[in-house]
Design a protein around this ligand. Structure first.
Ligand SMILES: O=C(O)CCC(=O)C(=O)O
Ligand SMILES: [Fe+2]
Length: 301
C-alpha cells in the first residue's frame, strides 16, 4: 500500500500523517500527497502548457535542443536519455528547466545553474513554468520538513541547503507505446531518482510502476491536484539508508501521457553524507556523475 498524506496535517504534526510519511520514507519509498498550496487548476494549466509545446513540430522544438547547448536545459528529443544501461534510451521526450539566476550571475557558467532556454510557443510557456518552478519548490520544502519530522532527522539538516537549489523541473511526454518497441524499450526504463525528493504531478493517466521490495510492480497514478512523491539517492545517503530510493519505470500503453516531476536537489556544495560521517558527498558531484551517465549527449563513447 502506498500511503496517502494530507500535507497540511503533516505540517501540523498529525499522528496519522506523520506515521504515513514514516512508512513512505522508510518502506515503500513512495507516497501520494494532497492538500498542498498547488491546486488541480494550477497543475492542469502546467500540464496543458507542456502538452502544447510537445505538439509543436520537431524543427521548432529543436531550437531549444539540449544536445546543442551541452547543458541540461531545454528540450530532450526521444532517445536522448538512457536511465538504465541495460535498456535502450527512453522513447519519451522531455523539457528541463532550472533555477533562473539574474543576468551576470557567475554561477550561470556552471552546468547545474545554466541559463534556461524558453521556447516562444506556446507564448505563456516561460511565465507558467517559471511560476510553477518557484511554487513547486516551496511545496517540496514543506514535504521535506514533514519527512525530517517523520524519520527524526534534525530539522536543520535541510534548512539552507535549498536556497540556491539545483532543482530541475521536467515535463515528460510519453506518446502511445510505439509499435516497434521491444523488451528493452520503455517510456522511462527502471531507475532511481538522483536527488533528495521528487514531487511528481501527472495528467492522471496510468503508466508509472513502482518496484515492490519482494519483486513485481505496483501501478500508481494521481490526477492533477494530488502529487506522487518519492525519494532519491541523495536522500538515501543523507539519512544513512533510512529513507529509501525505490526503483520505478514507465513501460507505456495505448494513450499519450504527460508527467511533471520536480527533482528537488540541494545546492551544489551541500554535503549529503550522513550526519557525523567523516566523508564528504558533494551533491553537485553526485548529480554530475549521474547526468554524465544518463543524458545521451553527455555520455562518453
Ligand atoms: O512519468 C512518471 O510517472 C515518472 C517519471 C520519472 O520517473 C522521472 O522522470 O524520473
Ligand atoms: Fe524517476
Amino acid at each position: 500500500m502506498i500511503p496517502r498524506i494530507d500535507l497540511a496535517q503533516l505540517a501540523a504534526g498529525d499522528a496519522d500523517a506523520v506515521a504515513g510519511m514514516h512508512k513512505a520514507a522508510t518502506d515503500v519509498g513512495f507516497a501520494k500527497v494532497h492538500n498542498t498550496a498547488l491546486d488541480a487548476k494550477r497543475v492542469s494549466a502546467v500540464i496543458e502548457t507542456y502538452r502544447s509545446f510537445f505538439k509543436l513540430p520537431e524543427a521548432e522544438k529543436s531550437n531549444c535542443d539540449m544536445a546543442k547547448t551541452g547543458s541540461n536545459r531545454g528540450w530532450g528529443a526521444a532517445g536522448s536519455e538512457q536511465v538504465d544501461p541495460d535498456a535502450n534510451p527512453d522513447y519519451k521526450q522531455f523539457f528541463d528547466a532550472g533555477l533562473t539566476l539574474p543576468d551576470g550571475d557567475p554561477r550561470l557558467s556552471e552546468p547545474f545553474y545554466a541559463p534556461n532556454c524558453w521556447p516562444s510557443n506556446p507564448p505563456e510557456f516561460e511565465a507558467v513554468i517559471r511560476q510553477y518552478y518557484t511554487d513547486a519548490c516551496a511545496v517540496a520544502m514543506d514535504v521535506l520538513r514533514g519527512v525530517a519530522r517523520a524519520v527524526d532527522l534534525s530539522a536543520e539538516v535541510f534548512e539552507g541547503a535549498f536556497d540556491a537549489p539545483m532543482a530541475l523541473l521536467r515535463g515528460n511526454y510519453y506518446p502511445a507505446r510505439p509499435a516497434w518497441a521491444g523488451s528493452k524499450d520503455f517510456g522511462i526504463a527502471t531507475h532511481t531518482d538522483y536527488g533528495c525528493l521528487t514531487l511528481l504531478a501527472t495528467d492522471g493517466s496510468p503508466g508509472l510502476e513502482v518496484r515492490k521490495r519482494g519483486g513485481g510492480w505496483i501501478p500508481l497514478s494521481a490526477a492533477p491536484g494530488e502529487f506522487i512523491i518519492n525519494f532519491g539517492e541523495m536522500m538515501e545517503f543523507w539519512s544513512d539508508g533510512l529513507v529509501r530510493a525505490t526503483p520505478h519505470r514507465v513501460v507505456g500503453g495505448n494513450d499519450e501521457r504527460i508527467s511533471v516531476p520536480l527533482f528537488f536537489n540541494p545546492a551544489y556544495d551541500t554535503n549529503v553524507a550522513p550526519e557525523g560521517a567523516d566523508r564528504m558527498i558533494k551533491a553537485g558531484e553526485h548529480l554530475a556523475a549521474r547526468y554524465n551517465e544518463t543524458y545521451v549527449h553527455l555520455q562518453k563513447p
